[in-house]
Design a protein around this ligand. Structure first.
Ligand code: FES
Length: 293
């Protein structure tokens, strides 16, 4: 009967991982260790300048080289190419893991739990590929092939967990992009000018979209989507300084004039709005480039 089926075994297992507190004691020390990295390094690892997280792009090298090695290993004869591919994948795994770790440290607890399992699978896969390379270099090619196939299965499990994190749990997704689609083109009423005191951030709604409004001077207002693009944090509760707002949840800093993500972990700029004042009332609209969506 339609609607009588519950989640399948894979989804049910994922739900159990999200709710399991078994690995929770590992989270604070690991997160604190990540936070000892300089902010600029963490921003580079997040992909703050790219407009989207760097980690999914960085894992393409190990995944691609290891899959290619597995295919070459199926061909008859003795080849060195799979050994080289495995070594390249191992070298690329370290920066990919670091970028994933930087992202992980700014997630919510249920996401972190899945993230820990994702990292454990991938770490096990790296160990298997290291064992494979070692065996291959010692001439034990069959043993090397065995380890690399085990590594491929394990890294695929890690990849599936990463997919769950990204698509089911929305880790790394831009949480403010839907604002643009929800608002649509044209000018929209925001409120009476006197509702916005100079220098004090205020929340308002435009067609049910929450926005942060800062009236800088008598007739200059800055308006940004209120939900932080990183994980949906309330920007109106953030600190305003140097022409920017700092998210209270993980510290992403957005420029008030154009929403540019000056610092991460947010990797996408925050939607901003143009304003005009008509008969004492404020109206907003999306900037020209945003109207097409
Ligand atoms: S929600 Fe994470 S920085 Fe805003």
């Amino acid at each position: 009967m339609a609607g009588s089926r519950g989640p399948g075994p894979v989804l049910a297992a994922m739900d159990r991982v999200e709710g399991s507190r078994r690995a929770d004691p590992l989270i604070p020390p690991l997160r604190d260790a990540v936070h000892t990295m300089p902010a600029g390094v963490r921003d580079a690892l997040h992909g703050t300048r790219l407009g989207h997280p760097a980690h999914p792009a960085m894992v393409q090298i190990p995944m691609g080289t290891w899959l290619s090695a597995a295919l070459l290993d199926l061909l008859p004869g003795r080849r060195r190419a799979p050994d080289v591919l495995i070594a390249v994948g191992l070298a690329a795994a370290a920066p990919a893991a670091l970028s994933g770790l930087a992202d992980w440290a700014e997630l919510r607890k249920p996401q972190m739990r899945v993230g820990l399992l994702h990292a454990a699978s991938n770490t096990a896969a790296v160990a298997m590929y290291a064992a494979s390379l070692s065996a291959r270099l010692r001439g034990r090619r069959m043993v090397g092939r065995g380890w690399s196939y085990a590594g491929l299965v394990t890294v695929s499990v890690g990849g599936a967990l990463g997919g769950h994190l990204a698509y089911r749990q929305a880790a790394g997704a831009n949480h403010s992009d839907q604002v643009v689609a929800a608002l649509g083109p044209g000018w929209h009423p925001l409120g009476a000018l006197h509702d916005f005191p100079i220098g004090a951030p205020v929340t308002a709604t435009v067609r049910d979209v929450p926005v942060l409004v800062l009236r800088e001077t008598a007739d200059v207002l800055r308006v940004l989507a209120e939900q932080c693009g990183h994980m949906g944090g309330p920007l109106a509760e953030g600190e305003i300084a140097d022409g920017c707002v700092r998210c209270p949840w993980h510290g992403s800093t957005f420029r008030l004039t154009d929403g540019w993500n000056v610092t991460g972990p947010a990797t996408a700029p925050q939607p901003t709005f143009e304003t005009r004042i008509v008969d004492g009332r404020v109206e907003v609209r999306l900037p020209a480039g945003e109207k097409e969506r």
